[in-house]
Design a protein around this ligand. Structure first.
Ligand code: F6R
Length: 612
């Protein structure tokens, strides 16, 4: 993954180092195991890098002036080579006249490395794939950085966004994009490159979104974009309308807690922007005609992680409302198994970031096979959005915490809206059911506000159970889908070994692990499966489990079985995932907090996964 930032300005009043480091902090969600910077100072490249967070890099350079008007910086999520000072970016050629920052993977780097060693006697300092890029550019460089970058790129296979500076050309940064995000920011007497918009928001609102196989050359007074044929091309300016403050913590201890509390607003926005005055749904950004919808014989939902879990519920919803078969797969599996997809398939990609490489690759595979591509995405202008036929945005606002919360619930809301729209268009849903469903959805933001008032109660519960080293989540129907999400939330931020399973499946093996005091979190929000769930709870109780139940307020029978119960407001079964996931998010948050974990930046993870 990784985040890159580059800056070129013409005023001594603006310090490249400060601007780049500030930008990198906004990209730490992309990776945070080491950071570095390359500055051109009087025709020499000054490289500083350090393992660990950006704060470590700041400490390293604290006593130095390092005044400069041009530089590139990097925050890393290690792929090739462990996090260490030497593996941190920027990487240089042998005489340190070229420096490179890179996000992505160079798939043929071993081949290039061997060639460089054999033909040019180059020795390598790091274990990274990135270092070969710097050496490649170095051997091609004869005073024209852009040309040397072109020649190097011709040799490289893989996914990358790179930013390059040369000691002898202190006025420019050359950057290239292939399958990894890259933007250019247009400032006053200064210009920027970055992996993502938040890095630049303090300085610019005007952005160029760089496309695949394009090269961008930034100087203090110009930004020029070139296509793969090296021809300069024009690009429309993308105006950013959201502000930097919406990506700040606003008094919450962690972004995750803030984002949990933003869910009523995100859900309200995602829903109400799509409801017309007459009560009909308008899927803005989706141009599916009645004929298109009637022609589909299958829906395929593909995503990763939390977005995949939203898809699990989406399958229930769309099959139930639109009576069309829905297949679902994780993106990394979909693309390699020759899935049965054709022109009559509606392919739905779900992605918060819109940059997840596995999801993007799956989307391209489905497109190649003729499917219609609809994406449910949070980040406007992201790669997934741009490569889709139709885009349905979640209105969650920027999500910063690595653990996804508000993106998940707004993705669910999109699933309901798509299901309702398709069901209505296909003539499956009658007026009464449609109107009642919509009424229930409209009540969700307020019900969620009520539910969030249970934060202290859930915090107290977390204090009782935070030392557990193993947790099982069980549920039936759409509760099973929510169990997977609850389990992922807990494990990724608290490092507790948690496992989710469909409750009826437990007795087919996994129940062997249930013993005295094993913590089981049992979701029982589905009326028609309620009694079955109570039986499943009894099964684990009989083996000594400590059970926390999640149920609707009017289903109090569960108190006889479970040790503790968290109630969610009443609603129709179909939409309970919008509520039932929230106590699980809060519980995961407070358990991780009690365990002293770094909640917004869990170990080994990054917010945007742009590697395979
Ligand atoms: C978990 C989490 C990840 C992401 C996954 C897909 O909390 O955030 O599992 O859901 O990496 O990311 P997007 O949605 O950006 O494609």
């Amino acid at each position: 993954m990784c985040g890159i930032v580059g800056y070129v300005g013409n005023s001594a009043a603006r310090d490249a180092k400060d601007i780049i480091i500030d930008g990198l902090k906004k990209l730490e969600y992309r990776g945070y195991d080491s950071a570095g910077i390359a500055l051109n100072i009087d025709g020499e490249l000054q490289i500083r890098k350090h393992v660990g967070r950006i704060a470590n890099l700041e400490n390293l350079i604290a006593g130095e002036t390092l005044a400069s008007r041009i530089g590139i910086g990097h925050t890393r999520w290690a792929t090739h080579g462990a996090p260490s000072d030497v593996n941190s970016h920027p990487h240089c050629n042998s005489n340190e006249t070229i420096a490179v920052v890179h996000n992505g993977i160079i798939e043929n780097y071993v081949e290039i490395k061997e060639w460089l060693a054999k033909e040019y006697g180059i020795t390598f300092k790091s274990e990274t794939d990135t270092e070969v890029i710097a050496h490649l550019i170095g051997i091609y460089y004869d005073g024209d950085l852009q040309d040397a970058v072109y020649k190097a790129v011709e040799k490289m296979r893989g996914a990358y966004a790179i930013g390059v500076v040369a000691a002898a050309e202190p006025d420019k940064i050359v950057a290239v994009r292939k399958d990894a995000p890259l933007i250019a920011g247009l400032g006053e007497d200064c210009n920027f490159i970055a992996s993502d918009i938040p890095a630049l928001l303090k300085h610019v609102r005007k952005i160029y979104l760089i496309e695949n196989n394009e090269t961008v050359v930034i100087k203090s007074d110009s930004v020029k974009i070139y296509n793969a044929e090296r021809k300069e091309i024009k690009r429309d300016v993308f105006h950013v309308t959201w502000d930097a403050e919406s990506a700040e913590k606003e008094g919450y201890e962690h972004f995750m807690l803030k984002e949990i509390h933003e869910q009523p607003k995100g859900l309200y926005e995602t829903l109400t922007r799509r409801i017309e005055e007459d009560g009909s749904i308008k899927l803005d950004g989706i141009n599916l005609s009645k004929e298109d919808i009637e022609n589909f014989d299958k829906v395929f939902i593909v995503a990763c992680g939390t977005a995949y879990h939203a898809g699990l519920v989406g399958k229930f919803v769309i099959e139930n409302l639109a009576k069309i078969p829905v297949e679902i797969d994780v993106a990394s599996e979909f693309r390699y198994r020759d899935p049965f997809v054709n022109e009559r398939t509606l392919f739905i990609a779900i992605s918060q970031s819109g940059e997840t490489l596995d999801t993007l690759a799956a989307l391209r595979e489905a497109k190649r096979k003729g499917a219609r591509i609809l994406s449910v995405v949070n980040v406007v202008g992201s790669s997934v959005a741009r490569e889709s036929d139709d885009v349905f945005y979640t209105w969650a606002g920027p999500e910063i915490a690595v653990a996804s919360t508000k993106a998940y619930t707004t993705q669910l809301m999109c699933m309901y809206l798509i299901g309702l729209y398709m069901g209505r268009t296909r003539g499956i849903l009658d007026e009464e059911r449609y109107t009642n469903y919509l009424k229930e959805l409209k009540e969700i933001p307020d019900k969620l506000k009520e539910l969030l008032k249970k934060e202290n109660e859930i915090h107290d519960l977390a204090k009782e159970i935070y030392k557990k080293e193993q947790v099982f989540f069980i549920g039936r129907g759409s509760d099973a889908g929510v169990s997977y999400e609850g389990s992922l939330k807990l494990k990724e931020i608290s490092y507790i070994n948690s496992f989710a399973i469909a409750a009826g499946e437990l007795k087919h093996g996994t129940i062997a692990l249930i013993e005295k005091d094993t913590l089981v979190i049992a979701l029982a929000t589905q009326e028609k499966l309620y009694e079955k769930m109570l039986s499943n709870i009894q099964e684990v109780k009989a083996r000594g489990a400590y059970v926390i139940g999640i149920a609707k307020e009017n289903n109090t029978e569960i108190e006889k079985q479970a040790d503790r119960v968290i109630y969610i407001p009443n609603c129709i079964d179909e939409i309970s995932p919008l509520l039932s996931v929230v106590p699980l998010q809060i519980l995961a948050y407070y358990i991780a907090r009690e365990r002293g974990c770094d909640i917004d930046k869990p170990k080994n993870l990054a917010k945007s996964v742009t590697v395979e």
